[in-house]
Design a protein. Structure first.
Length: 379
């Protein structure tokens, strides 16, 4: 966090929203919405609709007196650390302590997570809430009749929309998963209606909050349209475009060990039914990888933030399954398998962290675009 020498335009916008909120409260958003709506030059950049992250950053500013991007970066770092704790807990809760340990180790050296945790972007916060939704979805899969889980799920989903609009992908997929669970496995009309009602209520609450902040629903919708229309504008077309396989290749370049084990974990999950939670991890990871690969002008690692934890747990699951298979097949000679696996994870972490510092930190890179990373690596 202390070696960031420059801030990206997105960080400057988030910092502006946060400082205005810290100084003038939520009433500042009426002018922020109005200024954004009347300034076409601002439309390619984050809109004040993403006030969920700015609100947390403003809280840090109020407490510390800081009014620059360090406040937002502190929020990112804390949320990234919380994601690490949540990965460990999910590994213990739904798998075993070895999957928890390996998944946490892979997450700790995740290239994309390291990149967002030191910046005043909303991505680490968005990633934490995305992982929170995955955890709650897994809990609901295990105990679909616990009403309190649904309340927490809808609250987390609503707040994630207020952090970034693309949460509709992670939140929407989790909603669909739970709806299928309620309708097919539980055969419960009441639960199905609850899921649909909760999803609609989340969207309605988000719109009401945006309208209240902007001062009118018309202005809130206008700002939202501008941001969505320019989400893949000229900058994105130049920096985030490329052949579909490029994103897969990048995941291998920045974390080959994690990518290989995640592939094994995906295969194990799709071929067995031992752990239902693993299927949720596979669904979210696959969706974000495919989204970044095939949707034009979205090839950047920041897109993966809500799926970083799921991706790391899949890698941990894959590694642990290989160790189990080795011990079952080889007998006594495989007693060293856990030690070999631990060495593998340690070497992977050191290698991925070294790659990150050499590519991102030393170059002062202000984004995590696929093209930029590949150029810096000359790969």
């Amino acid at each position: 966090m202390t070696d960031v020498t420059s801030r990206s335009p997105d960080e400057r916008f988030y910092t502006l929203y946060a400082s205005q909120t810290a100084d003038s409260g939520l009433l500042a958003y009426r002018k922020l919405f109005s200024d954004y709506d009347s300034s076409p030059v601002a439309w390619p950049f984050p809109a004040p609709t993403r006030f969920g992250f700015a609100f947390l950053s403003a809280g840090v500013m109020k407490v510390t007196g800081i009014r620059d991007a360090r406040a937002g970066a502190a929020v990112s770092c804390v949320c990234s650390c919380l994601s690490l704790v949540l990965v460990a807990w999910m590994g213990l809760r739904f798998f075993n302590h070895w999957v928890a340990l390996a998944g946490t180790a892979f997450m700790a050296s995740c290239f994309g997570e390291l990149g967002t945790a030191r910046r005043a972007w909303q991505d680490s916060t968005f990633g934490f809430f995305g992982l929170l939704l995955i955890w709650l979805t897994c809990e609901i899969t295990r105990a679909p009749r616990r009403a309190g889980l649904y309340l927490a799920f809808f609250a987390a989903g609503t707040y994630s929309i207020l952090i970034k609009e693309s949460s509709l992908l992670s939140y929407g997929l989790c909603l669909v998963w739970i709806l299928v669970l309620a309708a097919i496995r539980e055969r419960s009309l009441r639960l199905s209606v609850l899921v649909v009602t909760g999803g609609v209520a989340s969207a309605a609450i988000s719109l009401l909050l945006w309208s209240a902040l902007a001062g009118s629903q018309h202005l809130a919708l206008s700002v939202l349209r501008h941001e969505l229309a320019f989400a893949a504008g000229p900058y994105a077309h130049v920096n985030y475009s490329g052949p579909w396989y490029q994103f897969f290749y990048l995941l291998w370049l920045v974390g080959p060990s994690t990518a290989a084990m995640a592939a094994v974990g995906a295969f194990v999950t799709s071929s067995e039914r031992e752990w239902p939670a693993a299927r949720v991890l596979l669904l979210i990871t696959s969706a974000f990888v495919l989204f970044a690969s095939f949707v034009p002008d979205f090839q950047q690692l920041r897109i993966m933030s809500p799926a970083n934890g799921a991706y790391s747990l899949l890698a941990g699951l894959g590694l642990c399954r290989l160790v189990s298979m080795a011990r079952a097949w080889l007998g006594n000679p495989a007693r060293l398998a856990p030690a070999i696996a631990a060495t593998y994870v340690l070497a992977s972490g050191v290698g991925d962290y070294t790659t990150f510092t050499s590519v991102v930190v030393r170059s002062g890179m202000e984004d995590l675009a696929v093209k930029g990373i590949r150029n810096a690596m000359a790969r």
